[in-house]
Design a protein around this ligand. Structure first.
Ligand code: ZN
Length: 275
């Protein structure tokens, strides 16, 4: 069946044309993730939602999750990049204490370029614990900054810190939204969780949502270049991978440049209203 035919049928059914296209959902620039399905497909034009990236390391927050944060800032919402560690052990040649300084400088510079706010929790790189202390620390930041959308690691990663971050975020969102869990700040319900397209978390990652990042792509890539590892200094060419990945995702989603996400199973259920 051709795309035109699919679109025609969906138009007749009164549903979102993107809802069934190749089994994926495409989000235009004005529709940042973070609203419920009813809001996205409804007739009301809602404002963009605040987005928080939560990553094990700053490189993940900015390279794999930074584009939707930059889009949030571009469209008048707030963007936050929370790194649970500083990624200070990421260099093969520079001692962690010195590399951590470089990482911190890069975080601040990159966040400023993206008009976003950088947050750090300060756990040790390589030994990020998936315990209640970390989960409640993230819970408290979610309650403080109130993002509608959280972007984080998919669990299919070879990196133990990334797996730990996945676990931490799942429970942090649960704790943040439960009013009967008493913390300093009141509960906040995150509307949407999305898993980022990260070369280190590729086991079982199946994209189902694409976000148009064309308006911010150049600025996002420029922000990423603040990091020492961006150009392959540590053995992986992040710049080539993420820049070309944005083009590839754009090709399959009919945008110039895009990023892909995977949704949790419960968010993949679609509700299509009768006429
Ligand atoms: Zn990482």
């Amino acid at each position: 069946m051709s795309r035109t035919t699919r679109r025609s049928i969906l138009k007749m059914a009164g549903a979102s044309a993107a809802a069934l296209s190749m089994g994926t959902r495409a989000l235009p620039a004005s529709e940042l993730p973070g609203r419920s399905s009813a809001e996205v497909t409804g007739s009301q034009v809602a404002k963009s939602s605040d987005v928080m990236a939560i990553a094990a390391h700053p490189g993940d927050a900015f390279f794999a999750m930074g584009a939707p944060v930059a889009m949030a800032a571009q469209t008048g919402a707030k963007g936050f990049l929370l790194s649970l560690t500083l990624g200070e052990k990421g260099s093969l040649t520079i001692p962690p204490a010195q590399y951590g300084v470089f990482q911190r400088e890069a975080v601040e510079k990159a966040a400023a370029l993206m008009n976003a706010e950088a947050l750090l929790l300060g756990y040790q790189d390589g030994t990020l614990p998936a315990n209640d202390e970390a989960k409640f620390a993230v819970c408290d930041l979610i309650r403080q900054y109130k993002p509608s959308t959280v972007v984080t690691h998919w669990k299919g990663s070879w990196h133990k810190d990334h797996q730990a971050c996945y676990d931490i975020v799942q429970d942090a969102i649960f704790y943040a939204g439960l009013a009967n869990i008493t913390r300093e700040l009141p509960a906040h319900a995150v509307k949407r969780l999305l898993f980022a397209d990260n070369w280190e978390d590729a086991d079982g990652f199946v994209p189902d949502t694409y976000l148009d990042i064309t308006p911010v792509c150049d600025r996002w890539l420029q922000a990423c270049s603040a990091f020492p590892m961006w150009r392959g200094e540590n053995g992986f060419r992040y710049n080539d991978y993420y820049a070309s990945r944005a083009v590839t995702c754009g090709c399959v989603s009919n945008f110039k440049q895009a990023v892909a996400f995977m949704s949790p199973a419960d968010q993949r259920v679609r509700h299509i209203r009768a006429l």
